[in-house]
Design a protein around this ligand. Structure first.
Ligand SMILES: NC(=O)c1ccc[n+]([C@@H]2O[C@H](COP(=O)([O-])OP(=O)(O)OC[C@H]3O[C@@H](n4cnc5c(N)ncnc54)[C@H](O)[C@@H]3O)[C@@H](O)[C@H]2O)c1
Length: 440
């Protein structure tokens, strides 16, 4: 079998990998408890490509479909340790019980491991998350001082847990909507603004700055800007750190990026797409504030525009009406329900409708994404890759793309990019579905 001449040298994973999660709420604790449960042989890592995903390598006729972790050296799950920050002092066991995602019976079996993971004091400002008021927070004169305090935490965690490497995935609450401004345009401007306590620098940006400055790969699971600004891309390139963002692609948006490419592929028109959700967890309470919802709305709305490209097919998509609503409804807790009504048009413009009713579990869908992002970012780092990792767009609702380029939302194109990147890292032939790939 011919191999592509990949000049990528991948360092083997050794020792312990520390996964740091700012925000030890529903998603983070479901991720941590899941990894502990899998390591104890109590359950299966369903939904995680790094653990059970397979992909083809070589020609179709060779019928070689190994596990992804057999193609590239993923850090072993048993050698992962977790840490994090929160504005509440609850340990991971207590926070997981509070989140009510996993059965108490399962959590009790994991209690010895989970209760040992205690949050570090958070960098937090209620100005950016108005519905929360936790008191377990750091004090600092300037935002630069606070970023330095996070760096100190990172260093201490690494030493105390004897980690070889670290990664960080933001699992904190969605902050209020902030548009990119002057202070985000260069590293020098950002650092100056941090020292001057500029209001356009929310806590999530300080965690991102701290991680990237220390060469710790960083992913952003919420729709806040966080590392999606030129200043932090500049820092990531300077410190050779891989980054990815933003907003985990879970329930409704996952379905959108599955269905929309199919409609477009068949040249079917779309007149409207109405999406509504109810959810009752802490995330839902935060998003009940209009300023925080705005951040999520912008992230969710970007998806269809990019997939349908109305400017290139105005007769099918020019007047598409797209609306997204999220309503806080406490009785449902983490078990979000979403409804989509899609008004489509077929042959001779005859109208039809599609209804999707997804009864999902938010954190159950998000947890394997946190794990995969962490392990793939670590792989990227060991492979000498840095800056924006577009191949991880697969996991993100509003993927970070290089300046001047539109992000790719179509999940099938995203998967193709992810798999081909892994083949490239492994020195395997890329699959283009052309010519000889199909046969012989
Ligand atoms: N679950 C999903 O399907 C999904 C999908 C996409 C994005 N997200 C995003 O992931 C994030 C986490 O979701 P969740 O359901 O776990 O929410 P959650 O409210 O249960 O957890 C968030 C935690 O972050 C903490 N926090 C807030 N600000 C912080 C700060 N500055 N430093 C440290 N901790 C801080 C909160 O106290 C809370 O415990 C949210 O931003 C959410 O929008 C979730």
């Amino acid at each position: 079998m011919t191999k592509t001449a990949s000049n990528i040298k991948v360092e083997k994973p050794k020792g312990k990998l520390g996964i740091l999660l700012p925000g030890l709420g529903a998603v983070a604790t479901t991720t941590i408890a899941g990894v502990v449960a899998v390591n104890k042989g109590l359950s299966e890592p369903v939904g995680s490509l790094t653990q059970i995903g397979r992909m083809r390598v070589g020609k179709r006729t060779q019928k070689n479909n190994p596990l992804i972790k057999e193609v590239v050296p993923i850090h072993p799950l048993k050698d992962v340790v977790f840490g994090g920050w929160d504005i509440y002092e609850d340990n991971v066991y207590q926070s997981a019980v509070h989140a009510e995602v996993l059965d108490k019976k399962l959590l009790d079996q994991l209690k010895p491991q989970l209760s040992k993971i205690k949050p570090m004091r958070a960098v937090f400002d209620p100005m950016y998350v108005k519905r929360l008021d936790g008191k377990f927070v750091k004090k600092g004169k300037t935002k630069m001082d606070l970023a330095k305090a996070i760096m100190k935490d990172i260093e201490t965690f690494k030493k105390e847990n004897k980690c070889d490497r670290l990664v960080m995935v933001w699992c904190g609450s969605t902050e209020i909507y902030i548009q990119e401004s002057e202070v985000h345009q260069s590293l020098a401007a950002l650092e100056k603004a941090m020292k001057e306590n500029h209001k356009d620098i929310p806590p999530s940006m300080l965690y991102a700055y701290a991680a990237i400055k220390m060469g710790v790969p960083y992913a952003n699971g919420a729709p806040n800007l966080s590392c999606d600004i030129p200043a932090l891309v500049e820092l990531a390139e300077k410190t050779q750190t891989p980054i990815a963002g933003k907003d985990f692609k879970t329930g409704q948006t996952l379905m959108k990026t599955v269905i929309a490419p199919g409609l477009k592929a068949r040249a079917l028109g779309v007149d409207g797409w109405f999406s509504t959700n109810i959810l009752g967890n802490r995330d839902g309470a935060v998003l009940d504030d209009p300023d925080n919802f705005k951040t999520k709305e912008v992230s969710k709305l970007s998806v269809l525009e990019e997939i349908f490209e109305p400017e290139s097919q105005p007769e099918l998509y020019k007047d598409m009406y797209h609306k997204v609503r999220i309503n806080y409804y406490p009785p449902r807790g983490d078990n979000k329900e979403s409804w989509d009504n899609i008004d489509i048009r077929g042959w001779l413009n005859y109208p039809m409708q599609i209804k999707v009713n997804f009864l999902c579990r938010d954190s159950i869908l998000a947890a394997p994404i946190v794990l995969d992002l962490a392990l793939f970012l670590d792989l990227a780092k060991r492979s000498g890759m840095y800056g924006i990792q577009e191949w991880l767009s697969f996991y993100l609702k509003s993927p970070q793309a290089p300046k001047g380029l539109h992000p790719i939302h179509d999940i099938f194109k995203q998967l193709n990019k992810l798999e081909n990147t892994l083949r490239h890292i492994a020195g395997e032939e890329l699959i283009t579905n052309l010519g000889l790939d199909y046969g012989k």
